[in-house]
Design a protein around this ligand. Structure first.
Ligand SMILES: Nc1nc2c(ncn2[C@@H]2O[C@H](COP(=O)(O)OP(=O)(O)OP(=O)(O)O)[C@@H](O)[C@H]2O)c(=O)[nH]1
Length: 232
């Protein structure tokens, strides 16, 4: 499936709205742990909202609410009832509703994070739902995974290779993962994390901060260009 080519959704008008950041990746790779870490790091300085996706439960949202990383009301759960990629790529209505609900209730926001349910290497977000996306891989899946490619690995704006603490236990070579990821990503960034050891995901938080600042700056300039000035 050519996820990049089948995307029929246009990004909603970005003026005055939060950056929408999709976080995808295989089951158990650490997506929820990354969302929690970003809320810890960015919550004090940014206005945040979070949307989680699970197939039959609201487990990820409940985990984040229990973790106390963000005002519980700013965390909304979507129950997809279908393959996770369908809800973030093909039929994005439920996710868009959740994002817009957060913006109506708590806006203006700086950043809305949409966490996908766990899926396979082809899962990517529609550009109509996410302005930027992070794909999270897990070292314990084996050091061959980055070179297998797939749109999640190759096209995401940031690839996070998580659970580096497990590398010695599973015999994964991080140098090989780094080399292979660079080879298939055409210069796009890759960060290695252990969310067990760094519960604030500092490197990823820095990347997201810079993204949000660039987004605000670009939208402010666009707005100036498209807003007619009144003659004195
Ligand atoms: N050792 C280790 N465990 C981690 C790390 N990050 C997350 N975990 C653990 O991995 C398990 C899965 O993490 P989650 O954050 O729930 O993964 P997920 O991708 O959200 O999972 P799904 O939503 O089910 O797809 C949990 O038990 C986490 O505590 C890490 O860096 N190192």
């Amino acid at each position: 499936m050519g996820a990049q080519h089948d995307d029929l959704h246009d990004a909603a008008d970005p003026h005055g709205r939060a950056l929408r950041l999709g976080i995808g990746g295989p089951v158990g790779s650490g997506k929820t742990a990354l969302v929690a870490a970003l809320c810890r790091s960015l919550g004090p300085s940014m206005r945040l909202g979070v949307v989680t996706n699970d197939i039959y439960t609201t487990e990820d949202a409940e985990f984040l609410r229990r973790a106390g990383v963000l005002d519980p009301e700013r965390i909304l759960a979507v129950q997809t009832g279908c393959c996770p990629h369908t809800a973030i790529r093909d039929d994005i209505a439920a996710n868009l509703d959740a994002v817009e609900t957060l913006e109506e209730r708590f806006g203006p926001l700086d950043l809305v994070i949409v966490e996908s349910g766990g899926d396979n290497l082809t899962a990517t977000f529609s550009r109509g739902l996410a302005d930027r996306q992070i794909f999270v891989l897990d070292v314990s899946g084996g050091d061959k995974v980055p070179r297998k490619g797939g749109p999640g690995v190759t096209m995401a704006d940031l690839l996070v290779v998580n659970k580096t603490d497990l590398a010695p236990l599973v015999g994964a070579d991080l140098t090989v993962m780094s080399r292979d990821a660079a080879a298939v990503r055409d210069g796009r960034p890759v960060l290695f994390t252990s969310l067990r050891e760094d519960r604030s995901a500092h490197s990823v938080a820095e990347w997201v901060t810079s993204l949000v600042n660039t987004w605000k700056h670009a939208n402010a300039h666009d707005h100036e260009r498209t807003t007619p000035t009144t003659a004195a």
